[in-house]
Design a protein around this ligand. Structure first.
Ligand code: CA
Length: 326
Protein backbone atom coordinates (compact mmCIF):
# COMPACT_ATOMS: atom_id res chain seq x y z
CA UNK A 1 0.00 0.00 0.00
CA UNK A 2 2.83 2.32 0.96
CA UNK A 3 4.75 1.56 -2.18
CA UNK A 4 1.69 2.32 -4.27
CA UNK A 5 1.28 5.65 -2.48
CA UNK A 6 4.91 6.51 -2.97
CA UNK A 7 4.73 5.48 -6.61
CA UNK A 8 1.76 7.72 -7.06
CA UNK A 9 3.60 10.61 -5.37
CA UNK A 10 6.64 10.01 -7.58
CA UNK A 11 4.44 10.01 -10.66
CA UNK A 12 2.87 13.28 -9.51
CA UNK A 13 6.29 14.82 -9.05
CA UNK A 14 7.26 13.86 -12.55
CA UNK A 15 4.14 15.40 -14.03
CA UNK A 16 3.93 19.17 -14.32
CA UNK A 17 0.31 18.94 -15.34
CA UNK A 18 -1.14 17.49 -12.14
CA UNK A 19 -1.95 20.31 -9.74
CA UNK A 20 -1.62 19.58 -6.01
CA UNK A 21 -4.90 19.66 -4.12
CA UNK A 22 -5.51 22.74 -1.94
CA UNK A 23 -4.69 22.22 1.73
CA UNK A 24 -8.37 22.51 2.60
CA UNK A 25 -9.08 19.57 0.35
CA UNK A 26 -6.45 17.31 1.97
CA UNK A 27 -8.03 13.91 2.56
CA UNK A 28 -7.43 11.69 5.65
CA UNK A 29 -5.49 9.45 3.21
CA UNK A 30 -3.20 12.38 2.33
CA UNK A 31 -2.63 13.16 6.06
CA UNK A 32 -1.73 9.54 6.57
CA UNK A 33 0.79 9.88 3.80
CA UNK A 34 2.33 12.94 5.50
CA UNK A 35 2.54 10.97 8.75
CA UNK A 36 4.31 8.13 6.98
CA UNK A 37 6.67 10.56 5.35
CA UNK A 38 7.48 12.09 8.77
CA UNK A 39 8.14 8.60 10.14
CA UNK A 40 10.45 7.85 7.23
CA UNK A 41 12.29 11.12 7.83
CA UNK A 42 12.71 10.34 11.55
CA UNK A 43 13.95 6.83 10.71
CA UNK A 44 16.43 8.33 8.26
CA UNK A 45 17.70 10.77 10.89
CA UNK A 46 18.05 7.98 13.47
CA UNK A 47 20.00 5.94 10.90
CA UNK A 48 22.28 8.93 10.25
CA UNK A 49 22.96 9.34 13.98
CA UNK A 50 23.77 5.62 14.24
CA UNK A 51 26.12 5.80 11.27
CA UNK A 52 27.93 8.87 12.60
CA UNK A 53 28.19 7.20 15.98
CA UNK A 54 29.62 4.07 14.34
CA UNK A 55 32.16 6.07 12.37
CA UNK A 56 33.23 7.89 15.53
CA UNK A 57 33.58 4.58 17.34
CA UNK A 58 35.73 3.22 14.51
CA UNK A 59 37.88 6.32 14.65
CA UNK A 60 38.25 5.94 18.38
CA UNK A 61 39.22 2.30 17.91
CA UNK A 62 41.76 3.31 15.33
CA UNK A 63 43.29 6.05 17.38
CA UNK A 64 43.14 3.87 20.47
CA UNK A 65 45.66 1.56 18.82
CA UNK A 66 49.01 2.52 20.11
CA UNK A 67 52.23 0.62 19.82
CA UNK A 68 53.33 0.69 23.44
CA UNK A 69 56.39 2.78 24.15
CA UNK A 70 57.76 -0.12 26.17
CA UNK A 71 60.78 -1.62 24.42
CA UNK A 72 59.63 -5.13 25.17
CA UNK A 73 56.09 -6.29 24.62
CA UNK A 74 54.36 -9.54 25.32
CA UNK A 75 51.12 -10.36 23.57
CA UNK A 76 47.50 -11.09 24.33
CA UNK A 77 45.60 -13.36 21.97
CA UNK A 78 42.40 -11.64 20.87
CA UNK A 79 41.17 -14.25 18.41
CA UNK A 80 42.19 -17.54 16.88
CA UNK A 81 41.41 -18.62 13.34
CA UNK A 82 42.02 -21.86 11.44
CA UNK A 83 45.16 -21.96 9.30
CA UNK A 84 46.13 -24.58 6.74
CA UNK A 85 48.60 -26.83 8.62
CA UNK A 86 50.22 -27.72 5.27
CA UNK A 87 51.05 -24.07 4.56
CA UNK A 88 54.75 -23.42 5.07
CA UNK A 89 54.06 -19.74 5.61
CA UNK A 90 56.67 -17.41 4.16
CA UNK A 91 54.65 -14.31 3.41
CA UNK A 92 51.39 -13.06 4.88
CA UNK A 93 49.31 -9.93 4.39
CA UNK A 94 45.80 -8.68 5.08
CA UNK A 95 43.87 -7.45 2.04
CA UNK A 96 40.56 -6.20 3.51
CA UNK A 97 37.15 -7.89 3.78
CA UNK A 98 38.48 -10.57 6.10
CA UNK A 99 40.80 -11.97 3.45
CA UNK A 100 44.50 -12.66 3.57
CA UNK A 101 47.07 -13.40 0.91
CA UNK A 102 49.76 -15.89 1.77
CA UNK A 103 52.92 -17.16 0.13
CA UNK A 104 54.04 -20.67 1.01
CA UNK A 105 57.41 -22.31 0.60
CA UNK A 106 59.03 -25.73 0.07
CA UNK A 107 59.81 -27.04 -3.40
CA UNK A 108 56.76 -28.62 -4.92
CA UNK A 109 54.47 -27.09 -2.29
CA UNK A 110 55.06 -23.41 -2.93
CA UNK A 111 52.09 -21.23 -3.75
CA UNK A 112 50.41 -17.88 -3.58
CA UNK A 113 46.94 -18.11 -2.12
CA UNK A 114 43.96 -16.06 -1.11
CA UNK A 115 42.61 -17.16 2.24
CA UNK A 116 39.41 -16.46 4.17
CA UNK A 117 40.37 -15.15 7.61
CA UNK A 118 37.44 -16.59 9.53
CA UNK A 119 37.58 -20.13 8.15
CA UNK A 120 41.15 -20.46 6.92
CA UNK A 121 39.68 -21.74 3.67
CA UNK A 122 41.87 -21.31 0.61
CA UNK A 123 39.70 -19.27 -1.76
CA UNK A 124 42.16 -19.25 -4.67
CA UNK A 125 45.60 -20.69 -5.19
CA UNK A 126 48.43 -20.31 -7.69
CA UNK A 127 50.83 -23.22 -7.41
CA UNK A 128 54.43 -22.54 -8.28
CA UNK A 129 56.81 -24.58 -10.38
CA UNK A 130 58.78 -27.21 -8.45
CA UNK A 131 62.06 -25.32 -8.79
CA UNK A 132 60.73 -22.27 -6.94
CA UNK A 133 60.52 -21.91 -3.16
CA UNK A 134 58.02 -19.16 -2.33
CA UNK A 135 59.05 -16.48 0.15
CA UNK A 136 57.96 -12.95 1.07
CA UNK A 137 54.78 -11.46 -0.33
CA UNK A 138 53.31 -7.97 -0.36
CA UNK A 139 50.43 -6.15 -2.04
CA UNK A 140 50.80 -2.82 -3.80
CA UNK A 141 47.69 -1.63 -5.62
CA UNK A 142 46.30 -4.64 -7.45
CA UNK A 143 49.66 -6.35 -7.69
CA UNK A 144 51.08 -9.01 -5.43
CA UNK A 145 54.88 -9.04 -5.29
CA UNK A 146 56.61 -12.25 -4.27
CA UNK A 147 60.26 -13.17 -3.84
CA UNK A 148 61.74 -16.68 -3.84
CA UNK A 149 64.40 -18.41 -1.79
CA UNK A 150 67.91 -18.86 -3.15
CA UNK A 151 66.97 -16.89 -6.23
CA UNK A 152 67.10 -13.27 -7.13
CA UNK A 153 63.90 -13.82 -9.04
CA UNK A 154 60.49 -12.59 -8.02
CA UNK A 155 57.00 -12.61 -9.48
CA UNK A 156 54.13 -10.18 -9.76
CA UNK A 157 50.57 -11.50 -9.72
CA UNK A 158 47.17 -9.92 -10.29
CA UNK A 159 45.41 -9.96 -6.92
CA UNK A 160 42.04 -10.54 -8.60
CA UNK A 161 42.83 -13.88 -10.22
CA UNK A 162 46.41 -14.67 -9.14
CA UNK A 163 47.52 -14.74 -12.75
CA UNK A 164 51.23 -14.11 -13.19
CA UNK A 165 51.79 -10.64 -14.60
CA UNK A 166 55.54 -10.43 -14.65
CA UNK A 167 58.81 -11.93 -13.50
CA UNK A 168 61.50 -9.65 -12.09
CA UNK A 169 65.05 -9.70 -10.78
CA UNK A 170 66.12 -7.89 -7.65
CA UNK A 171 69.42 -6.84 -6.11
CA UNK A 172 69.08 -8.40 -2.67
CA UNK A 173 71.38 -11.31 -1.88
CA UNK A 174 68.35 -13.59 -1.56
CA UNK A 175 64.58 -13.35 -1.27
CA UNK A 176 63.14 -13.70 2.23
CA UNK A 177 60.63 -11.01 3.22
CA UNK A 178 58.62 -8.25 1.54
CA UNK A 179 56.36 -5.46 2.80
CA UNK A 180 55.30 -2.04 1.59
CA UNK A 181 54.30 1.36 2.90
CA UNK A 182 52.37 1.94 -0.33
CA UNK A 183 55.32 3.57 -2.03
CA UNK A 184 58.46 1.46 -1.75
CA UNK A 185 59.01 -2.24 -1.17
CA UNK A 186 60.82 -3.20 2.01
CA UNK A 187 62.84 -6.34 1.53
CA UNK A 188 64.88 -8.77 3.60
CA UNK A 189 67.28 -11.47 2.49
CA UNK A 190 68.07 -13.30 5.73
CA UNK A 191 70.96 -10.99 6.59
CA UNK A 192 70.82 -7.91 8.84
CA UNK A 193 70.06 -5.64 5.88
CA UNK A 194 66.70 -3.95 5.42
CA UNK A 195 66.26 -2.89 1.80
CA UNK A 196 64.05 -0.24 0.30
CA UNK A 197 63.30 -1.12 -3.30
CA UNK A 198 61.69 0.75 -6.18
CA UNK A 199 58.59 -1.26 -7.14
CA UNK A 200 58.94 -0.24 -10.78
CA UNK A 201 62.64 -0.76 -11.48
CA UNK A 202 63.50 -3.04 -8.52
CA UNK A 203 66.60 -0.97 -7.90
CA UNK A 204 67.68 -0.67 -4.28
CA UNK A 205 66.89 2.84 -3.11
CA UNK A 206 68.30 2.44 0.38
CA UNK A 207 70.04 -0.19 2.47
CA UNK A 208 70.24 -0.15 6.24
CA UNK A 209 71.93 -2.47 8.65
CA UNK A 210 69.45 -3.35 11.37
CA UNK A 211 70.95 -3.01 14.82
CA UNK A 212 69.90 -3.46 18.39
CA UNK A 213 72.19 -1.75 20.88
CA UNK A 214 74.93 -1.59 18.24
CA UNK A 215 74.69 -5.30 17.47
CA UNK A 216 73.58 -6.47 14.05
CA UNK A 217 70.27 -8.27 13.95
CA UNK A 218 70.67 -11.10 11.48
CA UNK A 219 68.08 -13.42 9.94
CA UNK A 220 65.47 -10.79 9.11
CA UNK A 221 62.62 -12.81 7.70
CA UNK A 222 58.93 -12.12 7.00
CA UNK A 223 58.11 -8.41 7.09
CA UNK A 224 55.13 -6.17 7.69
CA UNK A 225 54.70 -2.41 7.63
CA UNK A 226 52.78 -1.51 10.80
CA UNK A 227 51.92 2.04 11.83
CA UNK A 228 55.07 3.51 10.32
CA UNK A 229 57.41 0.76 11.51
CA UNK A 230 58.78 -2.30 9.76
CA UNK A 231 58.18 -5.45 11.75
CA UNK A 232 60.32 -8.49 11.06
CA UNK A 233 60.18 -12.09 12.15
CA UNK A 234 63.65 -13.16 13.21
CA UNK A 235 64.23 -16.60 11.76
CA UNK A 236 64.65 -19.35 14.35
CA UNK A 237 63.25 -17.22 17.16
CA UNK A 238 59.86 -16.46 18.69
CA UNK A 239 60.47 -12.73 18.37
CA UNK A 240 59.38 -9.92 16.13
CA UNK A 241 61.71 -6.95 15.80
CA UNK A 242 60.12 -3.52 15.44
CA UNK A 243 62.46 -1.59 13.17
CA UNK A 244 62.69 2.10 12.39
CA UNK A 245 63.12 2.31 8.63
CA UNK A 246 64.63 5.75 9.16
CA UNK A 247 67.52 4.65 11.35
CA UNK A 248 67.57 0.89 10.91
CA UNK A 249 67.49 0.53 14.68
CA UNK A 250 65.32 -1.96 16.50
CA UNK A 251 62.98 0.19 18.56
CA UNK A 252 61.27 -2.68 20.28
CA UNK A 253 60.75 -6.41 20.55
CA UNK A 254 57.57 -8.45 20.62
CA UNK A 255 57.96 -11.76 22.38
CA UNK A 256 55.66 -14.57 21.27
CA UNK A 257 57.07 -17.84 22.62
CA UNK A 258 53.72 -18.67 24.21
CA UNK A 259 52.15 -19.29 20.82
CA UNK A 260 54.49 -22.01 19.59
CA UNK A 261 54.88 -23.49 23.07
CA UNK A 262 51.09 -23.46 23.50
CA UNK A 263 50.64 -25.45 20.30
CA UNK A 264 53.26 -27.96 21.39
CA UNK A 265 51.65 -28.31 24.82
CA UNK A 266 48.33 -28.91 23.10
CA UNK A 267 49.89 -31.88 21.33
CA UNK A 268 50.33 -30.30 17.90
CA UNK A 269 53.31 -31.88 16.19
CA UNK A 270 55.33 -31.10 13.10
CA UNK A 271 55.16 -27.33 13.38
CA UNK A 272 58.03 -25.11 12.32
CA UNK A 273 58.94 -21.59 13.43
CA UNK A 274 56.82 -18.50 13.96
CA UNK A 275 56.58 -16.70 10.62
CA UNK A 276 54.01 -14.43 9.05
CA UNK A 277 52.76 -11.03 10.15
CA UNK A 278 49.74 -9.27 8.67
CA UNK A 279 48.37 -5.85 9.54
CA UNK A 280 44.77 -4.72 9.08
CA UNK A 281 45.20 -0.96 9.07
CA UNK A 282 41.44 -0.35 8.91
CA UNK A 283 40.56 -2.18 12.10
CA UNK A 284 43.98 -2.09 13.72
CA UNK A 285 44.38 -5.82 13.90
CA UNK A 286 47.67 -7.73 13.87
CA UNK A 287 47.71 -11.35 12.74
CA UNK A 288 50.54 -13.81 13.15
CA UNK A 289 51.07 -17.46 12.37
CA UNK A 290 53.88 -19.91 11.71
CA UNK A 291 55.11 -22.46 9.22
CA UNK A 292 52.78 -25.47 9.25
CA UNK A 293 50.79 -24.01 12.14
CA UNK A 294 47.12 -24.97 12.33
CA UNK A 295 46.20 -21.64 13.90
CA UNK A 296 46.44 -17.99 12.90
CA UNK A 297 46.28 -15.57 15.83
CA UNK A 298 45.01 -12.03 16.17
CA UNK A 299 47.19 -10.46 18.81
CA UNK A 300 47.39 -7.31 20.86
CA UNK A 301 50.60 -5.97 22.32
CA UNK A 302 51.01 -5.86 26.07
CA UNK A 303 53.80 -3.66 27.37
CA UNK A 304 56.09 -5.28 29.85
CA UNK A 305 55.56 -3.48 33.11
CA UNK A 306 58.05 -5.39 35.23
CA UNK A 307 61.82 -5.45 34.76
CA UNK A 308 62.70 -8.09 32.19
CA UNK A 309 65.03 -10.61 33.73
CA UNK A 310 66.01 -12.34 30.53
CA UNK A 311 68.55 -11.60 27.87
CA UNK A 312 66.93 -10.26 24.69
CA UNK A 313 70.05 -10.99 22.67
CA UNK A 314 69.85 -14.63 23.68
CA UNK A 315 66.10 -14.88 23.15
CA UNK A 316 65.74 -13.02 19.88
CA UNK A 317 69.06 -12.69 18.11
CA UNK A 318 70.73 -15.42 16.12
CA UNK A 319 74.10 -15.71 14.43
CA UNK A 320 74.38 -15.07 10.72
CA UNK A 321 73.56 -17.89 8.34
CA UNK A 322 74.70 -18.31 4.80
CA UNK A 323 72.70 -20.42 2.42
CA UNK A 324 74.45 -21.16 -0.81
CA UNK A 325 72.86 -20.02 -4.01
CA UNK A 326 72.68 -22.86 -6.54
CA1 CA B 1 53.72 -9.67 6.04
Amino acid sequence: MKSKTLLRKKTNKRSNHSPSPPASMASPKFSSFKLKRACLLISFLVLCVMLVSGISRNKREKTSFRIPSSEICLIEVMNQFPHDPRAFTQGLLYAGNDTLFESTGLNGKSSVRKVALQTGKVLAIKKMEYSYFGEGLTLLGDRLFQVTWLRQTGFIYDRNNLSKVKQFSHQMQDGWGLATDGEVLFGSDGTSTLYQIDPQTFKVLRKQTVRYKDQEVHNLNELEFVNGEVWANIWQSDCIARISHESGNVVGWILLPDLREGLLKAGVTGIDVLNGIAWDNQKDRVFVTGKLWPVLYEIKLQPLTKPFGRDIEQLCMRGPVNFMMP
